[in-house]
Ligand binder design. Sequence first.
Ligand code: 13P
Length: 336
Amino acid sequence: MTDSLEKIAKYIVSDGKGILAADESNPTCTKRFDSIGVESTEDNRRDYRELLFSADGMEGNIGGVILYDETIRQNSSDGTKLIDIISANGALPGIKVDKGLEVINDQNETITKGLEDLDVRCKEYNEMGAKFTKWRSVINIGDSIPSYECINQNMDILAKYAKIAQNNNMVPIVEPEVLINGVHDIDRAHEVSTACLSVLFEELEKKNVLIEGCILKPSMVTPGMDSEHTSTVEKVARMTIDCLKNNVPDSLPGITFLSGGQTELEATEHLNAMNQIGGFQWKLSFSYGRALQQSALKAWQGLSSNKEAAQQAFSHRAKMNKLAALGQWNKELETK
Ligand code: 13P
């Protein structure tokens, strides 16, 4: 179904499909499991991911699944490789390849580690069947941050990563996450996202990264979580589209948002509003972690007897987000 970088990227976001981000590192997965009182063992992590990957709602709604190193090597309870379950349901397996954050200055700004041995790791993942990769950079907003140093270094690293992934026949998802934490208003979020995206696309072009073979995973432009200024769905949608249109080339096949602390409903509603407004060339879709999994995790509670309920919860969100990626979602559909 896929071979070239362009085809892989196009497939992932075709017909309203999006990405399931199931690449929580073990410490992050432990945090998620703690919230439902489940121990984060290798078997529990496997059972939970197997439940998601084999849910009915995968087919036709999910075009790619981002995995963590442990998961790409795991087999299901009956011995089938988890990546084969993903493929059988019409999605492409991908892999998180960054190795987390490192502080670079006394403002606690970070860069993302993992470039040194990236080429070797990419070769192995590609042989294992991975078709795409993900690398997350983190940009914090505060009174005097982000600094130019932080933006420039992170965007340079993202572009270097993207080139290495493409050299290994895998589509890079480039994720410059502008964190939602903070008291800033939506204009400040727009300003910072603009600064990041303009440097990012300069760097990608400088390093000869094939834009047609990339996917961008940005944050939506929203006020900070603790901002005193709230915003409407319409405003978030318009400010996000504006920021993207000013900085992202039309030749990019897909933009798949992270959910970054939005509720499941907010993430769906914002995506739908953008697609209803339209007027852009790229597919605008989702690459949600929490906004695809929250209800499923709650329904599961670590019990095999809750497997079906958890699968239904996940399938529902997958369907709702596909409709949002097509601009065809509405609130009434949530209760059907
Ligand atoms: P959230 O959608 O939960 O933000 O996760 C997406 C992700 O992969 C962050 O790197």
